[in-house]
Ligand binder design. Structure first.
Ligand code: AKG
Length: 288
């Protein structure tokens, strides 16, 4: 059972993140890891639907491979990404009445895999009002600092709102924008890696600068990120062309700025308003 103490919530708000040795059962982490090969290598989609994005940039050294919204394609992914406990923890940390999943990311960084540039998640979300985000990042392999684990810049959620970075996948200088931003503010970069066993991970604020460096080990680093926003968010029609708006803005409904629960489900709400039908979906998929 994932229960956060008052001290942990305060630490998250102070530092911009909270690292935990256990977020989900390691056995569930192993089940999810077993789905990576079918999803990434064989495009085996259990529900009959494709994920929203499959990013497999090719190169040498290799890039980190990414699937976005794997929950639509696979129920093992969905049971974790749409978990009520994780939604509750995100809402509590952020101080929201409820949490909505905006997107999940399945990430697979191979040995030698290139970096993910340091960025702020919420900078990709100006098409929502508000773009504030809380993410739950879960390791599926034991992580190490040298093994390309996710790293945070302590306290950087208070540095202000930047734009999306120039190169997200595999930049040579992964800290470029974060360093420039810090230099302008006259601040130091204090990096903290997530070092946890499978099933452990972290929660982070959408404005905290973070990224993951080159994987210098012989072991792959697999993880899932569950990005949540407040249950109360609406579309911001003036900003659809920023960040991932052109991809996820397609779920807008005519004549309303309300976001659609079928695409951005509420996974926990203090008033019990978890999206209707979600628990049926986790067992049966889209079948009646
Ligand atoms: O796992 C990574 O390498 C990047 C993940 C990330 O940027 C995120 O979860 O926001």
């Amino acid at each position: 059972m994932l229960e956060l103490s008052k001290a942990q919530i305060e630490q998250y708000r102070e530092e911009g993140f909270l690292i935990l040795d256990r977020i989900i059962d390691p056995a569930d982490a192993a089940k999810l890891k077993a789905r990576y090969e079918p999803l990434f290598d064989k495009a085996e989609y259990e529900t009959g639907l494709c994920p929203d994005e499959v990013n497999k940039p090719q190169g040498n050294p290799p890039y980190t491979q990414q699937i976005c919204n794997g929950w639509r394609a696979d129920l093992t992914v969905a049971r974790i990404a749409l978990s009520e406990q994780i939604g509750k923890a995100c809402a509590q940390l952020a101080g929201w009445p409820g949490a909505r999943v905006q997107i999940d990311n399945l990430l697979w960084k191979p040995p030698g895999g290139r970096a993910i540039g340091f960025h702020q998640d919420s900078a990709y979300l100006y098409w929502l009002d508000k773009p504030d985000m809380t993410t739950c990042w879960i390791a599926l392999d034991q992580t190490t600092a040298e093994g390309g684990s996710l790293m945070y810049i302590v306290g950087s959620h208070r540095w202000g709102e930047a734009k999306p970075i120039l190169q997200f996948h595999g930049p040579e200088d992964d800290l470029r924008e974060a360093r420039e931003w810090a230099e302008n503010l006259g601040l130091e970069l204090k990096l903290v890696p997530i070092v946890v066993p499978p099933g452990g991970g972290a929660f982070h604020d959408g404005w905290v600068w973070h990224g993951s460096r080159v994987n210098k080990t012989e072991n792959p680093r697999r993880s899932i990120s569950i990005h949540t926003v407040s249950s109360e968010v609406r579309y911001n029609p003036n900003s659809l062309n920023i960040g991932t708006g052109p991809v996820y803005g397609r779920y807008m409904r005519f004549g309303t700025l309300d976001v659609d629960d079928n695409y951005f489900p509420v996974t926990w709400h203090q008033d019990g308003k978890r999206t209707k039908g979600l628990d049926h979906y986790l067992t049966h998929g889209y079948r009646a």
